[in-house]
Each structure stands twice: as C-alpha cells, then as structure tokens.
Design a protein around this ligand. Structure first.
Ligand code: FNR
Length: 375
C-alpha cells in the first residue's frame, strides 16, 4: 500500500494488462498462452458465468469460517497456488519460487511447488513458514530420479505429492512456437534436476557444468507417459498423500481410488495442454460425485472470489489459481502474490457474507442455479 490507494490492481483484467506490460513478450506468451486457438482456456473461464449463487437472507452471516480440512491439516482458507513451472521468469530477481513460497507463509495459502523450478524444492520449503506446501511431480522416465525427487520432498517437509498426468509432453502452444520459447525456458527450470544426484548420474560427465548436455539429458528423461500399470509403483513411492492432477473423467476417479490415491485434482491445466476439451468446471460435478469421501482439488479459469465460491459449491474441497498469482509476482514479487491471494479471498468472504453462506459446508450445489443453457 502507498497511502490509501492499493499498489496493485484490485480487478483481474487490470492485473493481467499491467502484468503484460511488466513482462517481456516471450514471458507473456508463455504465461498467458494456451493450447491451439485457446478455446479451452477461454471456455474454462466462461464456464463460471453459467452458474449463479442464489442469495439467502437472515442467516446471520456476519461471521464466516473459510477454514477447511485437507489430508488432516486445517487450512485457514480453501485457496491454493497451483504449480506453475518456470515461475522464475516472472520475478525480477529470477527467484519466483521463493517469492511464491514467502507469499504462502504470509497468507496461509499453500503453494504446490512445481518440479520445473529455478529454486530447488528444499529452498522453497524453507520459506513456507507455518503454511504447508505440496510438491508437484513431473514423472521422469528414469525411476531412480522420480524416487529421489519424491524422497527429497518428503525430507524437506512437503505435505503431499501431486503427480501431474497431462503433461508428459508439452501441448501444441502456438504462442510459444511462434516465439521459439521452449529452448530458452529450459534454462530457468532445472534447479530440481541439477541439484539431484540421480539426475547427475545420467549426465555424460556426471556434472551439470555443460548446459547442452544438461538440456539434452533433461529433454530425454522429462516425460513418462504413465499408464494405470504404473500406479502401484507411484503409490509405493511415498506414504504422504498422493494426489493425481489432470483427472476430469469419473471413471478415472474410480480407478484412481482402487489404487489408493488420497486426492483427485480436477484440472485442464488452464487450457495449456489440449485444446477442444471440456471446461474444467463442467467436469467437476461428476468428478466430485465419483470421488466420494476423497478430497477434490480444482483449478482452471478461476479469476475472482465469485469463481472460488462457485467451484466450492460444485464440490471442490480446495480451489487453485495459476496465472493470477504469476501476474502478481511479475508486478510486485512476494507482495504482489500476497495481494492477489488476499484480494481473491476477501471477495469470496464478502460474497459469502452478503449472500448468506457463512461456512464452506453451506456451499452446496443447492446454492447454485444454472444461468444459461444450451452449452
Ligand atoms: C502451469 N501449470 C502447471 N501445472 C503443473 O502441474 N506443473 C507445472 O509445472 C505447471 N506449469 C505451469 C506454468 C504456467 C505458466 C501456467 C500458467 C500453468 C498448470 C497450473 O498448475 C494450473 O493447472 C493452471 O494454471 C490453472 O489454470 P489458470 O488458473 O491459470 O487458469
């Protein structure tokens, strides 16, 4: 804050616009862009307008409780930061992962730390304060490396492992292809690899001194197209809560439960991976129903407190944002991230107050009406 005016935008469109100017064109392409003509990315957002919260009066909503239990932890709010790889390029000092981790400490909003970070996972964890953090695993083809990453996350105190299933290969992203972005991004996201003995063992010389060798080795092992047959191995990697990210079909939820996973993460990767898909919000109700008692993490297209409230009412246990906090980071580092998270939560809290839903338990599908049909 400077004086009485907030330093950073209060409204998403302005946040996005200001972030665009703060970023170089190639960073902007990478963060803001999506797959194909970005239909799914846009549909993720549009889906929220198809639902409206029905106000309830006289319920005594002057006090709200936004706390939520997740894997035995009590979180102060149902918001989290989705894993954003190459976050360092959004930060002036290159340490975007540390800045996001510090914002988690300040706000109590957990960070799901990406495998693709500029800061090793241990250094991010050291900044979490009392806020739990989760580690997102991109499963490499080399099993020893996967095991090592998970064990490092356990040792560093992470509270759960999120395995992303939809990104063993990068999607068709015209903006990144047009700016030839992928090779240059690589230099900003390999800290977890180069700090890992299992990765170094794969390098020709055994040391990450040669950038070309490192990049080639990384490209060779990055993505493992997992199948259900790999689930027992994945489950065996950790006793921490295991969460599968990118699940949008109820049959996949049921199958995942058979393998003993602890949480389902319904997401279309913010529309970055495959175009032409169902908006994540539209996939959510069936995923929630199939998940039963399992917690459901949700992201893709959340831009406001109202969006958070709607996703909760449709059954999400906790709701994540990706691009919004990356924009906050570009504008104001840790302060900018904390600003974005606090603004989202303040709006959600006020909606719950005004519309008469004082706790998360009050937010059920009965609180919503479908606003427009025909989609
Ligand atoms: C992502 N996302 C992502 N997901 C993941 O599991 N691991 C990762 O490293 C990344 N990297 C990444 C980079 C950038 C720049 C973005 C914008 C997103 C996807 C992310 O976790 C989340 O699913 C989406 O960002 C949610 O959509 P919104 O909030 O950006 O619309």
């Amino acid at each position: 804050m400077s004086g009485i005016l907030p330093e950073h935008p209060m409204e998403f469109r302005e946040l996005e616009e200001r972030a665009r100017h703060a970023m170089s064109p190639s960073v902007w392409s990478y963060v803001a862009g999506g797959a194909g003509d970005e239909h799914t990315q846009n549909a993720n957002r549009a889906a929220f307008a198809h639902w409206g919260l029905v106000p309830r009066m006289l319920v005594g909503a002057d006090r709200r409780d936004l706390s939520v239990d997740l894997f035995g932890l009590t979180l102060p709010s149902p918001l989290f930061m989705a894993p954003v790889g190459v976050l360092g390029i959004c930060a002036r000092d290159g340490h975007g992962d540390l800045a996001a981790a510090r914002a988690a400490a300040r706000t109590g909003v957990p960070l799901v730390a990406s495998t693709l970070s500029a800061d090793p996972l241990e250094e991010a964890a050291a900044e979490f304060g009392g806020t739990p953090g989760f580690f997102q695993l991109y499963t490499p083809t080399d099993r020893a490396l996967a095991e090592s990453l998970v064990h490092r996350a356990e040792k560093a105190g992470y509270a759960g492992i999120v395995v992303t299933l939809d990104t063993w290969v990068a999607g068709w992203r015209p903006r990144d292809l047009a700016t030839s972005n992928f090779p240059q991004l690589r230099g900003h996201c390999l800290a977890n690899y180069t700090s890992d003995p299992a990765f170094r063992a794969l390098l020709p010389g055994g040391h990450p001194d040669d950038a070309r060798d490192t990049a080639l080795t990384w490209a060779r092992i990055f993505g493992n197209p997992l199948t259900w047959d790999d689930l027992p191995w994945l489950r065996s990697l950790t006793t921490l809560p295991l969460i599968l990210k990118g699940i949008c079909h109820p049959d996949d939820v049921r199958r995942a439960k058979d393998y003993g996973v602890d949480g389902i993460y319904c997401s279309t990767h913010g529309g970055r991976q495959a175009n032409g898909g169902l908006p994540a919000l539209d996939a959510l109700p069936a995923v929630v129903e199939a998940a039963g008692e399992l917690p459901v993490l949700f992201d893709s297209g959340v831009r406001s407190g109202a969006d958070i409230v709607k996703a909760l009412a449709l059954g999400a246990t906790v709701v994540g944002v990706g691009r919004p906090y990356a924009y906050g980071l570009a504008l104001g580092g840790t302060d900018g991230v904390a600003h974005v998270l606090r603004a989202l939560l303040a709006e959600a809290d006020l909606i719950m107050a005004v519309d008469g839903y004082p706790t998360l338990a009050d937010l059920t599908p009965a609180a919503l009406r479908r606003v427009c049909c025909g989609t």
